[in-house]
Ligand binder design. Sequence first.
Ligand code: UD1
Length: 376
Amino acid sequence: MIHAVCVCGARPNFMKIAPLMEAFAGTRRIRTTLVHTGQHYDERMSALFFRQLGIPEPDVNLEVGSGSHAVQTAEIMRRFEPTLESQRPDWVIVVGDVNSTIACALVAVKLQIRVAHVEAGLRSFDRTMPEEINRLLTDAISDLLLVSEESGVVNLRREGIEEGKIAFVGNVMIDTLLKHRSRADESRILGELGLAPRRYAVVTLHRPSNVDRAEALADILTAFETITREIDVVFPMHPRTRKNVAAFGLESRITSLPRLKIVEPLGYLDYVRLMTDASIVLTDSGGVQEETTILGVPCLTLRPSTERPATITHGTNRLVPIGRDGYPTAAEIIAAYQAAPIRPFGRAERPKADRQPPLWDGRAAERIAARLLEGA
Ligand code: UD1
């Protein structure tokens, strides 16, 4: 029996930790302790995902909450250390690229506890993104690098990581998508929002580069003025974005557009349903680029780069070309929207399996469990 402390903290972690907890339990040879750092804490950013994805209640909640990067990272480290000292597991499993990921990896490695990083090797090559720093540092100190797409293996080799530490296992976020896709089809969210299938766009935005600067956020809203002339736009708004819309005095810009529907952050099942039937998705999220690839839904990413190039080479993702302002201007978003393939083209025309990234097959978590047990 090996003991793994599994860490999650922010919304995109929950879809990754869910299949791991299930696969580990399934082996009967991996005992888990689930630690929630509390980086995300709202019902709609956290608890709802635990319920919908069947994630067990965390054994420990560090309840760190929000703060600047330094404060949040330091507070997670300070609170995680005693937990780890008392548990002394064989492995700490961290996922993704959020502050909880690097904070817990760093604590573990200093206590000489082995760290496995799930979703290792992704690189945007843009060090202005906090996640890029988290990715680089976590990979540099982890003992096992579990890679979701082939570019990750190339990046890790280039950084001189020992070959024996790298394992290409596939994408755990897609394990969750494939498992829950049929349940998501039962969601009534379209009716509740008054939307017709393949007659609306979905938007998600929360990256500091897009939403922490008034001029960037205002430009995005200007683009929505044009897009909503053609199509309904649903925007489940992240708390960071909502806070900034208010701080920059942009609320009236939003309420003046009748076809722009701003809603609270949605649960997983409603959100997957919304993506499945969308004409197009506009996003700056990492996971959404991957999910739209598997769902076969056109995706426009409002960022100058992606750390997930398989979503472009094998999937439906396109980057919005970004000019010298460093954020996507209204003209750039509108041009990209007008050039994008926009459904309706019906579910039957989802991309064929051979156009999908290798090992995004619903079995990544099983491979990770097997790898942890090798030599145990
Ligand atoms: C974090 C991750 C980002 C990930 C995103 C998904 C880092 C560096 N960033 O960004 O990679 O894509 O999560 O959502 O780890 N807030 C709430 N309720 C919550 C959580 C946050 O209201 O449950 C508000 C707080 O005002 C907080 C702000 O949102 O200050 C930002 O939260 P934070 O965890 O710092 O970063 P995210 O932008 O969510």
